[in-house]
Ligand binder design. Structure first.
Ligand code: PGA
Length: 247
């Protein structure tokens, strides 16, 4: 099964979320594309709306872009895992590089969030990735495996865990598209260390309709985590078609 999903990051309105969900739901009316597990991570403000439009039986799983490790309490501005689940989330994205860089996420908070997500029966989507200078120095495998080891410390059953390897140098507007040879060593290491214990290991960072097939052909890659190229529903549907062909 190839997992193919998108985070909308901090983009869109309820109107654009409704439009995306309505068109996605109609396109997947007959069920999930063969061999592919779709997922969408809207802004938290749009999650319940997207959930309502897609419906409880939708093949599309939904998620949040972050959640706190505590179940409830005086944590102004945060969302708990039970609240995310209440609004329709089955996935919790954790430790995206933007959150590590700008919102003080550490390996330790990531670890606590992974544990909280599993405790409530949701699936953590653990994001890891190295900066450009580490990649240039040949340190990608060590950096990424250390992040994963720290994030999963003390967690025995990894059956619901998804890992997304997203090199920071590949993410976003300033990112460089990765070639297969740029990422194959990290995927070989993640596959050897975790491949038979986790749900899937995804690649993310400037994934688009032109490079998705090449990325999915890298040994150990069992999914794609996409930003910009899936923010329009037609772009996302095209990526689902590419993944189905590769599955
Ligand atoms: P991008 O974002 O596809 O727009 O590079 C990827 C991500 O941040 O997950």
């Amino acid at each position: 099964m190839l997992w193919v999903g998108t985070s909308w990051k901090m983009n869109g309105t309820l109107a654009s979320a409704r439009d995306y969900a309505t068109r996605l739901g109609a396109a997947l009316d007959a069920g999930a594309p063969a061999g592919v597990q779709p997922f969408i991570i809207p802004p938290a403000t749009a999650l319940a709306t997207v959930h309502q439009i897609l419906g409880a039986d939708s093949p599309v799983l939904l998620g949040v872009q972050n959640a706190h490790w505590a179940d409830a309490g005086a944590w102004t501005g945060e969302i708990s895992v039970p609240q995310a689940a209440d609004a329709g989330a089955q996935l919790v994205e954790i430790g995206h590089s933007e959150r590590r860089e700008f919102f003080a996420e550490t390996d330790q908070t990531v670890n606590r969030k992974v544990a909280a997500t599993l405790r409530h029966g949701l699936r953590p989507l653990l994001c890891v990735g190295e900066p450009a200078e580490v990649f240039a120095a040949g340190g990608s495998v060590a950096h990424v495996t250390a992040q994963v080891d720290a994030a999963l410390q003390g967690i025995d059953d990894l059956g619901r865990v998804l890992i997304a390897y997203e090199p920071i140098w590949a993410i976003g507007e300033g990112g460089r598209e990765a070639r297969g040879e740029d990422i194959e060593a990290v995927f070989a290491a993640l596959d050897a260390g975790y491949g038979d214990r986790v749900e899937a290991i995804l690649y993310g960072g400037s994934v688009n309709q032109g490079n998705a097939a090449e990325t999915l052909a890298v040994p150990g890659v069992t999914g794609l985590f996409v930003g910009r190229a899936a923010w329009q529903v037609d772009g996302y549907l095209e990526l689902l078609r590419i993944a189905t062909a590769a599955a």
